[in-house]
Structures are given as C-alpha cells and as structure tokens.
Design a protein around this ligand. Structure first.
Ligand code: GLA
Length: 401
C-alpha cells in the first residue's frame, strides 16, 4: 500500500468519525489480502491438499478504538455504514457486516477480549468474485476488534475466522481461504495439508504471470450448492465406511483402489464427487512437483484436468467459467487455466508467459462478452504477504513455520 493510500484512509476516518478521532485514541490500518487457489479445489473440507496464494488485491480497514462496545464501519466506495453492539450480537442478517459480527462472536466464544471501534474500509478486491473477500474481511475485522495483532498463533486465528463463517454466517467452508489470508508469502503459493495443518511455501513457476479472469458473474457461497457438495462428500464417506470400517473418516482416507472397490455401494453423485476429490489430491502433489521443476507442460495438463473434473464430476463450473478456460486454451503463451475457488461463478486462474498477457487480455475482452453477454475483468496479480498492519512489519506477526 502506498503512503498516499495510508494518508487517504486516515483522512477519511477523520472526516467520517470526527468525534471519535478527536478523542485522541490511536488506531491503525490493516491490509488484508484476497487469495487465488492454484489447485486443490473443494479438497479442504475433505481433509485434503490445497495450494492457494494470497494476492495483492486487498481490503484495507483504518480503525480507531472506542470504549463504547460499538462497532461501526463505513464503506468508502458507497458511503454505506453498518454496525452492531459487541454485547448484543444478533443472528446473521445476510449482509457484509455479518462477517465482522461473526468474528466478534467467535473471539468472545474463545474468551478473547474485543474492543469497539469506528472504521472506514477501502478495497480493490472484487467482492463475490471467488477471491475470498469474505475471509479478507474476517481477518481485517479480527485485527480491528483486537486493536492490533490478535494475540494467538496464526493458524488458530485462521480457524477462528473459519468458525465465524461456519457457525455464525452459516457457510460450511473449509480452512483454505482464512489460512491463505493469514499465511500468505510474497512470491509463493502455499501447500497446506488440511488434515495435519502442515504447510509450506511453494515457489511459483519462474517467469510466469499470474492472471485472474473474473467471469462477470458473481457468486454467493451462502447459497445451498456449496453446502450440498459437502453433504455429498459426507455421504460418500458414510457409504464407504459402511464396508471399510470407521477408520474411514473423510475422503482423505480413501484411495483409488478403495474408491473403485466400493463403487457399487455409492450412489452415482457420491461416486463422482469422491472421484474428483481423490484425483484432485493427487493433482496437488503432482502440481507441486511440476512447479518445483518448472515443468510447464505438466502444469497445463494438471490445470486442464482439474477444470474438467470440477465441470463434469463435481459440477461446480458454469458456461461463463468454461468460456474463459476455452478462450485461454486458444491463446499462444497461456500455459495453464482452470476455474478457481468454489466455482458456480467467479474467476479462473491462469499462468501466462509475460509476452502473452496483452494478447490473452484482448482475447478475453473480445470473446467472452460475445459468448456469454458478460463483461469480464482481467487482473494480473502477484502472490503477496498475509494480513498485517499497513505500516510496520509485513504480516505484523511472527510466522508459525
Ligand atoms: C470456497 C471455500 C473454501 C474452499 C473453496 C473450494 O472458497 O471458502 O473453503 O472449499 O471454496 O476449493
């Protein structure tokens, strides 16, 4: 974030909440990035493997603490203001402030002290685009509510934000998004094992640009389709455990051979969901190796296979996402393309030779509206550090690795 942006936010806070600011309490500015998942889709809630990266599109919240137990935030883009009382948190109402109230609720359940605050929020991270604007907001909220870096290990903080989304907002998401926002590392993807929670940075392939294409169709995870997929996977586990025994607790415990010998016990939907998860975990491991060896052909094949599986077996793609991947496959210099995030709408992730980025952008902007009637948004992004104060140390936290 530039010094200009920091000053703009401080000025905006001063004009929007002059009474509070005048009392002289010191706040700060937190920057909280979005994420793009390179590969490993819908595997997180199946205790599998994921490989996301935090990106340099972020939410920025400038806050000043108050002692009135009241939280109020103004969105600078629209002037919309929302808030709640920390001692009277109501059930989620279907608005963006839910993510803040959810974190306040989760902090208090965990016995962590929270503070009231007034804040302004600026963002260059598209909302509802599948780039984890929700997780970015949750983590920014955790900082403002704690008036600084929350005093708990980073992984615990990620899990606390996930809990807010699971239990307060009502989306049964996995840990990937909150993990990425907390642990991001500039220049790297992060390979997380969602069972052991072991993770490590994975260098992105040398010399390739990371390009995100937003299809122009927004998505809402609060819709039932995401939770339905999770229920399909749980059913597959139950049907397999029926024969194989209780040691089978998640699809992480199921390998290729076990899945095939239990095929007759699974309904068709459960089989296809499980097939995707088993294969996708293998693709994460293969992609990690391909990144390390700069094997661009393998990366292209793995991304294509992931997209096809999400489209045909997991059924979370859409005409708009398929259109973007098809356009990408026709442009010289695009190495790999697939849908990223939950799917249904949202974005694709692409690895592109730098010399081909302009041609790729032009092809998407020309062909996508013609095919779908939607206006795409092409963003060249960089992998970046996780949530932290805009001033001071990157991450504002000791890494837990
Ligand atoms: C959303 C969820 C994540 C993950 C992805 C799909 O982003 O929040 O936990 O399940 O979908 O990979």
């Amino acid at each position: 974030m530039t010094t200009d942006t920091v000053q703009d936010l401080e000025t905006a806070l001063d004009t929007r909440f002059p009474d509070v600011v005048d009392r002289g309490a010191t706040g700060a500015i937190v920057r909280s990035p979005g994420r793009v998942n390179l590969i490993g889709e819908h595997t997180d809630y199946n205790e599998g493997l994921v490989m996301p990266a935090a990106i340099d599109r972020e939410i920025r919240v400038a806050w000043v603490p108050t002692d009135d137990r009241r939280v109020e935030i103004e969105l600078l883009a629209t002037g919309e203001r929302a808030g709640f009382d920390l001692d009277a948190i109501r059930p989620a109402g279907g608005a963006w402030i839910d993510y803040v109230a959810g974190v306040a609720w989760a902090l208090s359940v965990a016995g962590v002290e929270t503070h009231g605050f007034r804040a302004v929020l600026a963002s260059d991270l598209p909302a509802g685009a599948g780039l984890s604007s929700s997780a970015a907001l949750e983590l920014a909220a955790a900082w403002a509510l704690s008036n600084g870096r929350p005093s708990m290990p980073p992984m615990d903080l990620a899990r606390l934000a996930q809990r807010a989304e699971n239990e307060y907002v009502g989306v049964r998401c996995g840990l990937m998004d909150q993990f990425s926002v907390v642990h991001g590392i500039a220049g790297s993807a992060l390979r997380l094992d969602c069972r052991s929670l072991d993770w490590r940075p994975v260098r992105l392939p040398a010399g390739l640009a990371l390009v995100v294409c937003h299809s122009g169709a927004r998505h809402s995870l609060a819709g039932s389709a995401y939770n339905d997929r999770r229920a399909d996977c749980e059913r597959a586990v139950a049907q397999i455990a029926d024969r194989e025994g209780d040691a089978i607790r998640s699809l992480r415990d199921v390998d290729d051979a076990m899945l095939e010998r239990n095929r007759d016990r699974l309904d068709d939907t459960a089989y296809r969901r499980a097939r995707h998860i088993v294969d996708e975990n293998a693709r994460v491991m293969a992609t990690e190796h391909a990144f390390e060896t700069d094997d661009l052909n393998a990366i292209g094949r793995l991304f294509a296979a992931s997209h096809a599986s999400l489209r045909d077996l997991y059924e979370v793609s859409s005409d708009a996402l398929d259109s973007l991947v098809e356009i990408a496959s026709g442009v010289d210099g695009v190495v790999a393309a697939r849908l990223t995030g939950a799917g249904f709408a949202g974005c694709t992730v692409n690895l592109v030779h730098p010399w081909a980025v302009a041609a790729f952008r032009a092809a998407v902007e020309r062909e996508h509206p013609r095919r779908t009637g939607l206006t795409p948004l092409v963003l060249e992004v960089e992998a970046t550090d996780g949530v932290g104060l805009a001033t001071g140390q990157p991450n504002g936290a000791e890494p837990d690795r």
